[in-house]
Design a binder for this molecule. Structure first.
Ligand SMILES: O=c1cc[nH]c(=O)[nH]1
Length: 217
């Protein structure tokens, strides 16, 4: 499995990541959502460089011109709810992408033990397409794997890109084991060393859904 870790090459993404993590900045929800969206836009651009293109001749006002156009059908899939701004960033760039939505929720058995359930799935057919699974926080990799298996009921994609803003090292190892190595690329803004007993990434940034949309009951 190919892994692209943007933290290895400092760029403007590093600045957005600092703002997402910083307790004094992340409480500005508008900025928090926009930073997730901006990282989505940049990752979408990088992923666009891996897509297939065909030549098409278009007429400019002066002459015919051969242009490259995307020749890969992309499906963007997002896990509710923190994924929404990140997804929008991808869609701002890949505007011909189809879209899929999955809801995964944690059902607690006791304080620190929970199962993840998929409750909702809306997806187009996936056969032969490029699936981009976006989830800003890849803590254990289990929700991502469950979502992927739910999506496979809609067909088998030719290639899978997993895009996250922060992944834990455990999640990276888990994804390596549970996704087809030949056909999967993992794109991450950073890989953090730990997850805590509540499955939050450490140092991470906290609860991305709450920071983007407010706390839940
Ligand atoms: O650290 C984490 C892990 C999962 N989801 C979050 O929002 N934050």
């Amino acid at each position: 499995m190919k892994i692209v870790n943007f933290a290895e090459y400092p760029s403007v993404i590093s600045q957005y990541m600092m703002e997402l993590r910083n307790v004094n900045i992340q409480s500005d929800m508008l900025r928090f959502r926009r930073n997730l969206e901006r990282i989505g836009e940049i990752m979408a651009f990088e992923i666009s460089r891996t897509l297939r293109y065909r030549k098409e001749t278009v007429d400019t006002p002066l002459a015919p011109c051969k242009c490259d156009v995307i020749d890969t059908q992309v499906v963007l899939a997002t896990i509710f709810r923190a994924g929404i701004p990140f997804h929008q960033g991808f869609l701002n760039i890949l505007d011909t992408a189809e879209n899929a939505f999955v809801s995964a929720y944690r059902k607690y058995r006791e304080k620190e033990n929970f199962d993840v359930f998929i409750e909702y799935l809306a997806s187009p057919r996936l056969d032969g397409k490029t699936l981009i699974l976006v989830d800003p926080m890849l803590a254990t990799g289990k929700s991502m794997e469950l979502s992927y298996h739910a999506l496979l009921t809609k067909g088998t994609p030719a290639h899978v890109h997993i895009a996250s803003v922060i992944a834990s090292q455990d999640a990276v190892d888990y994804v390596k084991e549970h996704f087809p190595a030949e056909h999967t690329t993992l794109w991450v803004g950073a890989i953090d060393p730990e997850i805590n007993p509540h499955s939050y990434i450490v140092p991470g940034l906290g609860d991305a859904g709450d920071l983007a949309y407010g706390t839940k009951d």
